[in-house]
Design a protein around this ligand. Structure first.
Ligand SMILES: [Zn+2]
Length: 495
């Protein structure tokens, strides 16, 4: 049993209790006590370790509810700084195609370094962009997270429709080489389900319980109704979350109307896909009159403002979603530095743009909730993590109270959101084990991973040159139709 004593403890429990001088007792990775200092019902002699945290804030580890380790590794290589949502999609296909198993493993470890160093203890990783991973690829991603000691939901993206469903149907004359790039991998429906079951059977039963494989899709537009229902059934059977990109771009609305003859969310609700198990990534183009549908079906939304800004993708209506009772979480996604502190800050700031009335803003305490307990809820892990309560796993973040950014410490939520940037992180703990301390990853050799990632990244960049050219060409081919859709969407939203 370990004792962490005299910390400023931010619990994020239902009462949002904060202990100015608090203790946390950890027994076998779980929190046995959290409360005022000196009041835990255990003899001091019984502790195997006592940690003096009198100069630290202890809070729940942060949760990143949307990410792609693939892009955290490639960092949108080749696409330059004029990358919009559509260009990023094509570069995503390109990067995904050409990755070796070693690229996946080392890239996932690199992702884990970025996350742990910025205080994130749990991530949902759609590691194979738009899908159909092979079992040895899942193995590489999952073992990397296992090695890192962090908690991860490794996404198994499925689809049984061609990826061309992602394109506006009006676009003709797509080069065969681009179609080949999109469709590079095929797998039958039954094979996908069997492969998912095999991976989930192995990983979701793992005793440590930190790494799980979850059934997902890159986009519901790539799925038959049967597959959408199967994904939800698998999520129920294995008691996990599922996730997908939904309405990240206005083209999704157009494609859905062409395919189902009704609005996208309505169709998803009708087939039972819109559910409490679903964490929707982005939801930028969910309009005011559709929000009630999300709330009614209990779906969560992972808000990714940093990526959305980087790609010029627009701004989700999250104040309205929150007011309607939709559970909101935060994702760092993959076009920036993977830092959830930054994501909290940017979320707090961008929703003030053009909104002089503070009642329209997202507040610091809400942002911390999105990055902790509500993030856990969106990943169906709220019974395990997201707050410091007895019975939950000890996923903890220790921040230095002597940090200049936290001194003097008044208005704690605003300090954490607008002044902390991760520089004050002393220690990160997952399930009671310290995995990062004083800027150093303790679970694997960070330096050799970074060195290898540098070499692998350069080699991948060389291998991918033809694909980059194709990706640029596709962005140009799609531009007229895409820009018309964007103009229409901005007009509808009166931006
Ligand atoms: Zn994404």
């Amino acid at each position: 049993m370990k004792l962490i004593e005299n910390a400023l403890v931010v619990t994020m429990d239902p009462a949002h209790k904060i202990y100015d001088r608090g203790d946390i007792v950890i027994d076998d990775g779980r929190i046995a006590y959290v409360g005022p200092a000196g009041r835990a019902p255990y003899a001091r002699a019984g502790y195997s370790e006592i940690v003096d945290a009198s100069s630290q804030i202890v809070m729940p580890g942060l949760i990143n509810s949307h990410s792609h380790s693939q892009s955290a590794f490639t960092k949108l290589a080749g696409s330059g700084d004029r990358t919009n949502v559509i260009t990023a999609l094509w570069y995503g296909f390109a990067h995904g195609l050409n990755r070796s198993l070693r690229d996946i493993h080392v890239g996932t470890l690199l992702h884990a370094i970025q996350l742990l160093k910025s205080g994130c203890t749990c991530v949902i990783d759609q590691f194979r962009f738009y899908g159909l991973p092979e079992s040895d690829e899942i193995e590489q991603a999952a073992t990397a997270y296992q090695k890192s000691g962090m908690r991860a939901l490794v996404a198994f993206d499925m689809r049984d429709r061609p990826n061309t469903t992602l394109l506006p149907k009006e676009v003709k004359d797509i080069p065969q080489s681009a179609l080949d790039m999109m469709q590079a991998r095929e797998m039958t429906f039954d094979d996908q389900v069997a492969l998912y079951r095999a991976a989930a059977g192995q990983w979701n039963a793992d005793a440590a319980g930190l790494v799980k494989v979850i059934p997902t899709t890159g986009s519901p537009l790539g799925c038959s109704d049967k597959l959408l229902m199967t994904i939800i059934e698998l999520a129920e059977e294995y008691d996990t979350a599922t996730t997908s990109h939904i309405l990240e771009h206005p083209k999704d609305r157009r494609s859905a109307a062409a395919m189902w003859d009704k609005p996208l969310l309505e169709h998803l609700a009708d087939v039972g896909y819109l559910s409490e198990r679903l964490c929707i990534a982005h939801a930028i183009w969910v309009e005011e009159d559709e929000i009630e549908l999300l709330a009614r079906h209990g779906a969560s939304v992972a808000h990714n403002p940093e990526l959305n800004l980087r790609l010029g993708g627009g701004r989700a209506l999250i104040r309205s979603m929150m007011n309607a009772g939709v559970n909101l979480s935060l994702g760092a996604d993959s076009a920036t530095s993977q830092n959830i502190f930054e994501v909290m800050k940017i979320t707090g700031l961008i929703h003030r743009l053009g909104k002089p009335n503070p009642s329209d803003w997202i507040y610091a305490d809400e942002l911390i909730r999105m990055a902790t307990i509500d993030g856990a809820r969106s990943l169906r892990l709220a019974d395990k993590v997201g707050s410091l309560e007895p019975g939950k796993d000890a996923d903890l973040l220790f921040l230095n109270l002597n940090s200049p950014w936290l001194t003097p410490l008044n208005d704690l939520p605003s300090r954490l959101v607008y002044f902390e940037n991760g520089a004050g992180i002393d220690r990160v703990m997952v399930k009671g084990e310290v995995v990062m301390e004083n800027g150093e990853i303790l679970t694997f050799d960070e330096r050799s991973v970074v060195e290898e990632a540098r070499e692998l990244g350069a080699a991948l960049y060389e291998r991918n040159q033809d694909f980059y050219r194709l990706a640029s060409q596709m962005s140009e081919i799609l531009k007229p139709e895409i820009q018309a859709l964007e103009a229409e969407a901005y007009e509808r939203r009166k931006i």
